[in-house]
Design a binder for this molecule. Sequence first.
Ligand code: SAM
Length: 282
Amino acid sequence: MLSKGILYVVATPIGNLDDFSVRAVRVLETVDLIAAEDTRHTRPLLRHYGISTQMVALHEHNEREVMGRLLRQLEEGQSLALVSDAGTPLISDPGFPLVREAGRLGIPVVPVPGVSAATCALSVAGLPTDRFLFAGFPPRQSSARQRWLQDLVAESATLVFYESSHRILSALKDMAEVFGAARESVVARELTKVHETLLRGRLDALIEIVAEDPNQQKGEFVVLVQGAGRGQSDQKTVETEQVLKVLLDELPLKQAAALAAKITGEKKNALYQQALAWKENP
Ligand code: SAM
């Protein structure tokens, strides 16, 4: 019986080509085939490291049909490296069906770790990292986005979003609308590239900076938002929660949230969601 091949899942740089490990280079040099999200995108990386391994395209539109062939090759003993355009495959990138199927068929799946924009941003943001929630790309339309953000309003873990240049400003505005303008946040732009920028502050302050400077709307973005009730200097949050708790002892949830919003100046809806979360998880 043939021994099965290995599927390597290889992270690639998110900007600076030097952020690639010695092991990753060795794996790409020695596998039989590289499955790349976009072969044109991966070619400069291979050229940079003098790697001449053959590539095949595997993206979200052909993933299902190419996958069958790749799995057969793996079962026949060939080794394969999966890469995406940038960062870690499967993290807002293709590869999930292939990795799942390979695992199901007993094909060894081996990580060759490296950077991901999410963890890269978290490592420098200065927001709590004991718990974080990777939410990926928010919906493109503002109304859908606001509804989607509502589900996260009472989440106490640091929230991590990916966003594109087209929607960075409108997404920040929706976050301020839903989470409240005072939430501490970070906009991490063009990480590891020439125009790398880190903006830290309340959502309303970040919106002002990004709105006023068109350069701050260019490139790739990770947006991090401090979780509900996690501010170190957030005495205001603590006080707001105390007010809400006292009112909840005396009033129905909706009324308590409305009155707490009047007293504290916080968003009524955010307080309502917080109260709801307490009720569901006392
Ligand atoms: N798989 C990748 C990873 O591990 O980070 C993410 C791929 S996703 C299609 C692309 C998104 O990641 C961009 O729209 C942006 O939100 C984020 N991103 C990628 N590179 C970035 C960078 N250099 N700086 C900031 N954000 C980046």
